[in-house]
Design a protein around this ligand. Sequence first.
Ligand SMILES: *Cc1c(COP(=O)(O)O)cnc(C)c1O
Length: 229
Amino acid sequence: MSITTNIEEIQQELAPLSVTLVAISKTKSNEDILEAYNAGQRLFGENMVQELVDKYEALPKDIEWHLVGHLQTNKVKYIAPFISLIHSVDSFKLLKEINKHAVKNNRVIDCLLQVFIAEEETKYGFDHAELIEMFQQAEFAELKNVRIRGLMGIATNTDKEKEIKEEFYELKMLFDGVKVSYYRKEDTFDILSMGMSSDYKLAIERGSNMVRLGSTIFGKRVIKHFKTV
Ligand SMILES: *Cc1c(COP(=O)(O)O)cnc(C)c1O
């Protein structure tokens, strides 16, 4: 199956459900990305800053780039001028740093708050209490150059469907609760980013409206990075 066919099939599947596709192109070549682009795909996601910046510079400027991997505060400056959506805001400190660089670039940067829902202990993200604590701080309300568009989560990497569904359900409940409590008046708190190639159907059943698909589109990745850049 070609990248073009994959994109067309997935878009056909997602469009009637009003689910947005982010094509996760990490480790993939500019040529592969261009094939997806020529099939109509405009949203692409990467998990490493350097790779993201290189691809942004080389590829068409109407691509909207998303960051889906952990972001170190000292790397924010490299992506602040152009990033469309940061899915992986996992601390208040990072959010403040993004706001600072958004101000410098005279932009408002769209962000999702990453919530820890998986079993594994190594994953990044807020827990519920940390999230609520941040919302209640006066300093949070003063961040005018970041716009919180919603939440993102990564389910446990398991083949136990029940467990995955429960994790997605938990995130959906939290999303609804946060929306009602803190974003009742804004209609821009509207993105629930959950679901990857192995679990996106379960995520959509549980209320996801943005899925992040890599291998379903581009084929399997050769695992080559164990470090975070
Ligand atoms: C790599 C990655 C994806 C895509 O994974 P696939 O299993 O290839 O679909 C989605 N989300 C995040 C955060 C990722 O790092």
